[in-house]
Design a protein around this ligand. Sequence first.
Ligand code: 13P
Ligand code: SF4
Length: 385
Amino acid sequence: MMALGIQFSPASPTQPVERQASPVSAACATVDNYLLHPDDSLHERIAAARARLGERAIILGHHYQRDEVVRFADCRGDSLQLSRQAAASRAEMIVFCGVHFMAQSADILRQPHQRVVLPDLGAGCSMADMAEISEVEDAWAQLERLRLADEVLPITYINSSASIKAFCGRHGGLVCTSSNAARALRWAWQRKPRVLFMPDQHLGRNTAYALGVPLEAMTVWDPRQDYGGNSWERLRQARIFLWKGHCSVHARFRPEHVEEVRRRFPGIRVIVHPECPFEVVQKADFSGSTDFIIRQIAAAAAGSEWAVGTEVHLVNRLAREYPHLAVRHLDSAGCPWCSTMFRISPQHLCWILEELVAGRIVNTVEVPAGEREAARLALDRMLEI
Ligand code: 13P
Ligand code: SF4
């Protein structure tokens, strides 16, 4: 396996945390040495390294992280909550147990003295990968040729690359999360008649529909086809162009799962994430972000039954943390899990922390300066609404 380690650069403004040999090797240890250890054998080492770093490091854990990792998180939350908490902290090092676009968002929002590391740089997001900046620029050029671009405001879900956030910043648009997508759409439609919503067609469709936009006033933009696969008339009729992207975890939920769980458990309440397909959201009782799902379950009446349509690690955790409820997964046969989130293992976390203790920063995520400013603009617009 290829070594992932990079040596701490003396030119970096961040000072080494502590000069001391790592338990694995005095030189920069690669994660390979760690991967030989079983999952549950590194807890003491992780805890020891974490304790030595003290307030100089903060560990962030997204709700979808596995338990062996999230147990070490100083903060648990969605990507935006975590990035904001890290930026408000005194820590020099932000260890993001999540996926790449989240670490980029943390890097955009961080203070100048902070650095962001991602324990496994291979932890991406299949949805974010469905929108390349070159495809977005090409789509915009096509809208310009049709003289439609002036009527369109771009919005990108936070699950996207920094370059797409920067694109939105430069074109008067903004970022949204699953918690504030409705506010972002209202804000956009107050300024322009149409929205280009990237990269999750489901979040865009579900949110626009909930705001009263009929399905006929929405069209999918397929980046692999000319004009997204649309006629000029179709684009003129649409109030929202939905980028053809989806989450590989949430798109697996089907309306039949809702029918089946209702048949088996009469009276059960169904709650799903808005990254699920439209037909699933329509059949559910509630739909909302991970934060919304957690709040609903936390406030539920004792003895109530819930089927939850989101990533399995969060659902299992909710079931354990609220034993006075019956919390089950919406698709008990499939149990969709996010394979890229799962790449952050206790072994990677141990490696990153022990390297930091040894004064070496590995796996930094850094958004280039020009891109950072424009992406920050799009994030700031979101924070203002
Ligand atoms: P939220 O935590 O913002 O609801 O997002 C869910 C998700 O899929 C993160 O990748
Ligand atoms: Fe991306 Fe879906 Fe995984 Fe979230 S759950 S990181 S949207 S693939």
